[in-house]
Design a protein around this ligand. Structure first.
Ligand code: GLA
Length: 384
């Protein structure tokens, strides 16, 4: 699937710029559990998937750069020494941001052209943005021999998101997209940025995504608000991040925070714990426990952290009605996007149909179902 995508992008590049490009594939990600814990120095449990961004990139000798988003049929020309963020929500900010952050490190790049296209549904909570950022960072590193490590590249991608896109994201998405391993999920410690790979084979069960096909507005500002609430609680506790807090510590400052923020802090502390427990459950092949942790994660995201929405909650209620779904929760930043379901293989299609029908009846809108494969991270498909 991604092979066809990269070839399409290559052909388009040759047609447009009359030269052979370097080809990169950069995947999106799922996250089994550990939501909104990354920017709190906690644990997350993501995996790269077989959907992502294919990018074709090559040096330009016209005195300027051109970027083409094939999906959107959108093209933009820019100059390296005149970069500034475009208007909010524009795709070019992902490209400009990465270029600017590379230049901020005093690393010299020359003019280039890039064409990219993706097969990750936008706004699905599967990190098409991190995939795009990583493809640009990886491509420029190859093209101009910058000698960047993968860790340096994902930190550049993250900064691009902070400073050009305006979302103060953690490191999960960029990490998972860059470091993904086929058939594995990565238990990532976001404090050290080191991960342990877990082979994922749920035998009679599998992971299935259901996309609500909604993305509520204001999700970016709500995200940044959550992050600053967590930081203010950590400051009250005189610790760097909530990773270092216990429920007991939080109780001690109960009078100093609003009840809403107290619940948010509590959610983070509990979710970090759940993520570690989930890894243990996977090690022990204990899918019942894993499923219960996943349901508990959704409960926290819905009621404590308050980043869910009616459409997501509805799909979780549908899942809970079906005994073949061991666990389900919203995935990613929230306010729309996908649910991730741990479901018996033989029942997955049936559940997807029943839940989709009910969803349509309730919201008069389709939801989409994806069966994903865990795949390798950002990589070169064809070199110089
Ligand atoms: C978005 C961010 C990530 C992470 C998740 C929530 O995907 O980009 O850094 O915080 O939300 O877990």
């Amino acid at each position: 699937m991604s092979a066809a995508l990269t070839q399409e992008v290559k052909q388009q590049f040759i047609k447009t710029f009359k030269t052979d490009p370097i080809l990169i594939f950069s995947p999106g990600r799922i996250n089994i559990i550990g939501e909104h814990t990354d920017y709190n120095g906690g644990f997350v449990f993501p995996a790269a998937i077989d959907k992502g961004i294919a990018a074709a990139i090559q040096k330009s000798d016209t005195g300027s750069c051109t970027a083409v988003a094939l999906d959107l049929d959108s093209i933009i020309e820019f100059e390296l020494d005149k970069l500034k963020p475009s208007k909010e929500g524009s795709w070019e900010n992902y490209v400009f941001g990465v270029v600017a952050e590379i230049q901020n490190r005093n690393q010299v790049i020359g003019d280039f052209n890039i064409i990219f296209k993706g097969n990750i549904p936008g706004g699905a909570g599967m990190s098409s943005s991190a995939a795009l950022e990583n493809s640009v960072a990886f491509g420029l590193n190859e093209l101009f021999d910058l000698g960047l490590t993968k860790i340096e590249m994902i930190l550049i991608s993250q900064k691009a998101e902070h400073n050009y896109v305006g979302v103060k994201c953690g490191i999960m998405d960029q990490y998972a997209s860059m470091f993904g391993i086929k058939d594995n999920a990565l238990l990532l410690d976001c404090r050290t940025i080191e991960s342990k790979a877990y082979k994922i084979d749920f035998k009679e069960h599998q992971l299935m995504l259901m996309n609500t096909n909604v993305k509520h507005s204001l999700s970016d500002s709500a995200y940044n608000d959550r992050r600053s609430a967590c930081e203010s609680i950590a400051a009250l506790l005189k610790i760097e991040t909530l990773r270092d807090a216990t429920e007991k510590d939080l109780e001690k400052i109960i009078d100093k925070v609003t009840p809403e923020n107290y619940q948010k802090g509590l959610y983070v502390i509990q979710e970090i714990d759940r993520t570690q427990k989930a890894a243990k459950a996977i090690e022990e092949n204990d899918l019942e426990t894993l499923g219960a942790l996943i349901y508990a994660s959704h409960n926290g995201l819905q009621n404590q952290y308050k980043v869910s929405c009616d459409e997501l909650d509805f799909l979780i209620t549908q899942a809970k009605k079906n005994k073949h779904v061991l666990g389900a929760r919203m995935m990613g930043g929230g306010f729309g996007g996908c649910t991730i379901n741990l479901i018996a293989k033989t029942e997955a299609k049936e559940f997807a149909e029943v839940a989709s029908k009910a969803y349509y009846k309730k919201f008069n809108k389709e939801c989409s179902v994806y069966f994903i494969e865990l795949s390798e991270g950002t990589h070169l498909v064809e070199g110089k």
